[in-house]
Ligand binder design. Sequence first.
Ligand code: PLP
Length: 421
Amino acid sequence: MSAFRNLQLPSKSFALGRSFFNRTSVLARRNMSTEQKFVQAPHKLLVIPGPIEVTDEVLFANAHPSMSHMSLDFAAVFGDCIRMTRDILYSKDAQPFLIAGSGTLGWDQVSANLVEPGENALVLHTGYFADSFADCLQTYGAKVDQIKAEVGGVVNEADVESALKAKKYKVVTVTHVDTSTAVLSNIKAIAEIVKKVSPETLVVSDAVCAVASEEIQMDAWGIDVVITASQKGLGTPPGLSIVVASQKAIKVFESRSTPVTSYYASWKKWLPIMKSYESNTASYFATPPVNLIYAYHASLTQITTGSVSLQQRFALHQAASRRIKDAAEEIGFRSVPVSEEVRANGMTALYFPEGFVASDIVPRLLKKDVVVAGGLHGAIKEKYFRIGHMGVSVIDPQRGDVDKVINALKETLAEAKASKA
Ligand SMILES: Cc1ncc(COP(=O)(O)O)c(C=O)c1O
């Protein structure tokens, strides 16, 4: 099947309050000349916790004709992306870095630019991704301590306070939503503890699975670095590493006494490039993912100027999450997160009911065109599965994605039960 069913009239259109391509004249011209609307081909519903479903507008923007990354037109689009990224995190002056790569590159950026070899890092562990971040920090010479939560839980705040009193840490890292457990950490509360006990320590949030599905008030909460990527709540195809650093973090970087320990991930290289693009002038260190920037621009425009406000977006994620979790628990699944307060809103992790395994459930969902993800956390890998519910799947009710997931879950479990009867 072709990936695109190009230039067909849409059966339904995504309602936006303002003109979709209202940011740059180049995009506006391109849209106006396209009288028929691009519609992506029918496909299985992708509800893994990233990559997620993307809108037709985003996919069409990715199909932008090739552009010079040094052109003024492209620089203006890149500059918009920097500004809109800041808006989504409610920040006035934090510095976004938009670099070709995936979320993992954010760990490298923090490890290579903010932590000098031999310095201490404290990693708050709520699952798989904290182990990887710790591994990355160690690769660059950091001395890493971890505070580990029980599976499905968050770390004890009193333990964080004691650890900070016992040792000087350059950074504390916290996974905002751990994608292996669907556990939501309270990054605001963690940041408050850090500010109280060790104000010079930088608070780094791995928010790869949280940005645009969970509220993040970067300035107000005192978060120093937010790490994310294009393919989850930001509703763009994979391939873009997005890191946002507070001015405090930038000062810490600028005053380091040893050289940055990476070439490609060096903010020495990237900071002037980002500043240049933000002033709508192109500048070169390494080629940016030009088409992906157009796609990211399209998605950011929908998120920041669409008919759904940012606050409404978060509320819609909460509502969809509640519906899916309630429906699943009603029929016998159990959430991996141990309590309501620590459940993420953009994804769900569910233990299989007693007597059932992944092969009873996941392939049956796939047959109903619903693509979910298997277990990832080593301790419980075979016992659970994961569903993503971020972005357009929860923002546009006309798509019926949430209903489709709930109905497929119900039918699947009934079939699985019948097959064992
Ligand atoms: C919380 C978290 N951190 C980091 C990553 C790594 O991101 P990527 O796979 O884009 O490199 C992921 C990926 O799913 C993630 O969920």
